[in-house]
Each structure stands twice: as C-alpha cells, then as structure tokens.
Ligand binder design. Structure first.
Ligand SMILES: [Zn+2]
Length: 307
C-alpha cells in the first residue's frame, strides 16, 4: 500500500458514503462540493465505500449510491475502495500503535462506560479510563468474562485531552481526543482508524465532508500524527436542514433521487437545486457550472434549508 501509484504526488479529494440508505439531497450536495474543490485544485478524486460494519450494510445500497453519484455528474479516479476488504491494513496500523505501547484492551460494555465514575471536567461521552491501567491478572479475568462472539475492544492510550485542527470553513477547531476505540468489541475496525488509514492509502490530502463529522476530526488528526501520516486539509460543509432547522432526513419527504423521480422531479432538476444552493448560475443543471464558484469561504453562509 506504500507504492507510489497509490499515493500520487498531486493529492486527492474523496467521497466516502456509508451504505445505510439512499443518499439524500444534502449528502449529494456535500459530494458535489468535495468533487468541485478537488477538481478545481487539480487533485484526483477518490471514491470509497464506508461498509466497515458488514452486519449493518444493506445489500444493493452502496451500488445505488454510486449510481446516484454518477448520475449527477460526479466521476472519480481509480478503483473504488471498499472498507470491508481492508481489515489487513487496519490491523497493520493498529499493530504499529501497539508496538509503540499505545494500545490497550477494553472490556467495558456501553452501560459500564456510562455508569463509571469520571474525573471532574471530563467531557460528556469521554471514556472514563476504566481499563487503562489493569494488571495482567485483571485483564485475564475480564477477558474470560466476555460473552460469546465478543473480543476485547482496542483503545488508544491518548497522550493529551484535546487537540486543535484547522478547518477551512470553521477556522481552528478544538475537540476531545480521548482513548478512542480502534477496534470494537464485535471485532469491527473503528471508523476513526479506518478513515485515517484509507485517506493515506488513497493519497487523500483534502477531506471535504459534512459538518457533523467535525467533532471527530481532532481524534483522526491525532491518529494520523501518531501513525506518521500527513494530516489532510479539512473542509466541513454545513448540512442540509429542513424548514424547522433539523438535519434533512427521510421523514422530510422526497429527498432522494428515487423519491424525487416518483414525484416527477428529474435528476437534472435536482442537480439544478444543488447548483443554485451553492451559488451557481440560475437555471444551470450541471455540476460543471460550479467549477470556480464554490470555495471554503462561500460555504460559510451556513446550512442549506431544503424547503
Ligand atoms: Zn474499558
């Protein structure tokens, strides 16, 4: 995975949908922004399917997502990367961290984590450190007590409580870096590790994605630092919301291309809405009309209200 071909000097942007359901207008718009910013900066554009959690991935959904992305004019370079096929790369990265003494096993259930006493000022949701300093005998006993089909989770022994990253839309952003999970108790590699390893292996140096992922960015930047990988540049795109200001979702009616088609709205018309929402020329129904129009600064106007 360290071959020059997988890590081109010109860098790359990417889109990495998670196949949990059809992409809605907000997801498609974020993908368009990622594509425009990559192409406008002379970068390649990579596609990756975030299907780590094979138990939750629904058959056919990823294929429909890729079809929808292609139908609105997004193209990509090279092979599609499927995270479900990448366990070896994640294990290798976790192994490097283990060799540096930065990984420990965690046996806690969600409930134990929620109920554990925690240090004052510890941020909500942060891991309380229960398994950080167990003796070898305690580890053996906890391992023994794990239920069937469970393995110990692997956690990072983080060396600092928080980290500041630079985001081209939001500016400096400081967030929690606690003992992030690297592999879950069901054996599935964790998103935060996968995203860092995959971005590096795909030569990605520009991460453009929804603003909801900004809070996990300091953890990912920290992991990249520990693994000796270059941090990408970050562009977190304000989300699409409904008239009530809530994140756009299925409940908001026809928000996917398939639902819009049932209502008689063509893909071209859907593209025209996305183009208009990003400041493109009125009536333009091709994402090419956004070349040279979208920038991190132009995204600072806030969320896209989908009426
Ligand atoms: Zn634990």
């Amino acid at each position: 995975m360290d071959s020059p071909a997988s890590n081109p000097p010109r860098g790359a942007g990417r889109y990495a949908p998670s196949p949990s359901g059809d992409l809605h207008l907000g997801n498609l718009r974020t993908a368009v922004v990622a594509w425009v910013l990559a192409r406008d900066s002379g970068r390649a554009f990579r596609m990756r399917v975030d299907d780590l959690d094979t138990a939750r991935a629904r058959p056919g959904v990823a294929e429909r997502q890729l079809e929808d992305l292609a139908s609105i004019g997004i193209d990509w370079d090279g092979e599609i990367m499927w995270e479900s096929e990448r366990a070896e790369a994640y294990a290798a990265a976790a192994g490097r961290l283990t060799d540096s003494g930065l990984v420990y096993e965690c046996y806690c259930s969600r409930r134990e984590i929620a109920e554990a006493p925690r240090a004052p000022h510890s941020p909500p949701g942060a891991y309380p450190g229960t398994c950080r300093n167990l003796t070898e005998a305690e580890r053996a006993a906890r391992r023994e007590a794990l239920g069937p089909g469970r393995v110990p989770a692997l956690r990072l022994r983080a060396g600092l409580p928080e980290l500041t990253v630079d985001d081209l839309v939001h500016g400096p952003y400081t967030g929690v870096v606690d003992d992030v999970v690297l592999r879950r108790g069901d054996g599935v590699w964790a998103y935060n590790l996968a995203v860092v390893v995959d971005d590096s292996d795909q030569g990605v140096d520009q991460v453009v994605r929804g603003e909801d992922l900004l809070p996990s960015t300091p953890r990912q930047a920290y992991l990249a630092d520990l693994l000796g990988l270059r941090r990408p540049e970050y562009v977190h795109v304000p989300l699409a919301v409904n008239a009530a200001g809530e994140r756009l979702a299925k409940r908001d009616g026809a928000v996917t291309l398939a639902d819009l088609a049932l209502e008689g709205t063509t893909t071209r018309a859907a593209v025209a809405r996305i183009v208009a929402s990003l400041g493109g020329p009125p009536g333009a129904d091709s994402i090419d009309a956004l070349r040279g129009v979208v920038s991190p600064a132009s995204l600072r106007s806030g969320p896209w209200v989908v009426a």
